[in-house]
Design a protein around this ligand. Structure first.
Ligand code: CA2
Length: 142
């Protein structure tokens, strides 16, 4: 059984409730259903985690490594642009991670165009909405 964590950072619990023109109308519960349906019948266990707290996300990444997870799909939210601590956590665990952004961070404000966490990830998908999470999951299951 391959275990994959889907980690969402600050404010992503508000998905579908505000800024639908940027992030769409679907909620995190919709994302969970989409991904669970995608792996239905496969020997894959998905664990979903969202937190608005940097330290909790860092603790969860370490816990995933200790628990033998095969990889992480992570949307670090705004921590993408600010958190050396999160980058260090991703780099330190040695688990393959794919960074996902719902919006295309390269066509938005200047401060969103740089990711501190991306260099600690296998790759980045940005701007494809929920499809990005599905593609990231597919990659980790290859
Ligand atoms: O495009 C993405 O997925 C982001 O990671 C989303 C972050 C943003 O800070 C990044 O630059 C790009 C923000 C998530 C906030 O999500 C909300 C969703 C609905 C309503 C309010 C916030």
């Amino acid at each position: 059984m391959k275990k994959i964590a889907i980690i969402n950072g600050p404010n992503l619990d508000r998905l579908g409730r505000r800024e639908p023109e940027v992030y769409g109308r679907q909620t995190l519960a919709d994302l969970e259903k989409l991904l669970r349906d995608r792996v239905a019948g496969a020997a894959v266990e998905l664990q979903f985690f969202q937190s608005n707290h940097e330290g909790e996300i860092i603790d969860r990444i370490a816990a995933c490594a200790d628990a033998g997870f095969a990889g992480l799909v992570i949307n670090p939210g705004a921590l993408t642009h600010t958190s050396v601590a999160l980058r260090d956590a991703l780099a330190g665990v040695g688990l393959p991670a794919v960074e996902v952004h719902i919006s295309n961070i390269y066509r938005r404000e200047e401060f969103r165009r740089h990711s501190l966490t991306a260099p600690a990830c296998a790759g980045v998908i940005s701007g494809l909405g929920f499809h990005g999470y599905a593609a990231a999951l597919d990659f980790l299951l290859l």
